[in-house]
Ligand binder design. Structure first.
Ligand code: PEP
Ligand code: MG
Length: 309
């Protein structure tokens, strides 16, 4: 029966009783975007723009960026797409942006922090994104990676709006931002949780290091408690709060996230149908009960057990 259910997702992300939880794709190239559209994604919850420029020696021109982004956005004409501004970091170095060697690159000048020193690079990227929104007809929002404070969120939103882009958001992937989710949501139009980095920074465990992978488990109750703060902030402000880290791709955890109040889930293409089908098979009240049960546990194994069907 479970297999039959997985086969027939109708393409609209919602619980069995109709509570909407949008199901989006994570993309980094035109091929990814086409695959996400073909898999039934309702939109794009994370377009990692830095993936377009991992091999670029120099900053791409506005015209080149506009064309590259249009190619990714085009399959989503009339649909929502969240474009993330360049997220250069130790794991994704960009030759034209990356800082001098740092002792702790994960804690250094990465993500939005690069833009404080080089706002003109951000300005040119926003100009290109606004152009690509026009060319593609996609409903474009823009968000910043690695935001720590309300001031940073407000600084970014002001620039996005000045570029003529309607919706500005930020990622929540630093514990300080999760603890300020309410105030951050008041300063922007939406947030999206990067659970990969949020786990890394919450557990002080390098996400690229196999030796500490057990700590970076998305079922860790401490991570779920931070996600609850963000879900509560979404409910209090009436603004969207999505998840675009790997946690969103687990069909069972997706129910917990819906129960915590998150409003969209964005994932790699292969997970889209399974997550859509999982949501469609549970009511919101059931999701809320699963969320409450997992929050009351003290380790990931117990959290998984508490969320079993
Ligand atoms: C995350 O940190 O969870 C995220 C979605 O961003 P990235 O994996 O690109 O750092
Ligand atoms: Mg991240």
């Amino acid at each position: 029966a479970a297999v039959a259910q997985l086969a027939d997702w109708n393409g609209t992300g919602a619980t069995a009783d109709g509570h909407r939880v949008k199901v989006y794709g994570n993309v980094g190239s035109p091929a990814d975007a086409q695959a996400a559209a073909d898999a039934g994604a309702e939109g794009v919850g994370l377009f990692r723009t830095e993936f377009c420029y991992l091999d670029a020696a120099d900053e791409p021109t506005v015209a080149d960026q506009r064309a590259a982004y249009t190619a990714v956005l085009s399959p989503f004409r009339g649909k929502p797409v969240i474009v993330r501004t360049l997220d250069a970091g130790a794991d994704k170095p960009l030759a034209f942006l990356s800082p001098e060697a740092e002792p702790n690159p994960a804690l250094g000048v990465r993500g939005l922090r690069v833009a404080f020193d080089r706002p003109e690079v951000l300005g040119r990227q926003l100009e290109a994104i606004a152009g690509a929104a026009e060319d593609s007809g996609a409903e474009v929002s823009v968000m910043a990676p690695m935001v720590a404070t309300v001031e940073e969120a407000a600084w970014f939103a002001e620039r996005v709006r000045a570029a003529g882009i309607a919706r500005a958001g930020v990622m929540i992937e630093i514990p300080a931002a999760a603890l300020s989710a309410r105030e951050i949501l008041e300063a922007v139009d939406f947030v999206s949780v990067g659970t990969n980095d949020l786990a890394q920074y919450t557990f002080a465990a390098d996400r690229q290091l196999g030796a500490v992978a057990k700590l970076n488990d998305p079922w860790q109750p401490a991570l779920l408690r931070l996600l609850k703060l963000i879900g509560d902030a979404a409910k209090a402000t009436g603004k969207p709060a999505g998840v675009c880290g790997e946690a969103a791709a687990d069909p069972r955890l997706a129910l917990v996230l819906a129960g915590l109040g998150l409003t969209s889930l964005s994932m790699n293409v292969p997970a889209i149908r399974a997550v859509g089908a999982s949501l469609a098979a549970a009511t919101l009240a059931e999701c809320e009960a699963l969320a409450e049960a997992t929050l009351a546990t003290s380790n990931p194994t117990a959290a998984r057990t508490a969320a079993r069907p």
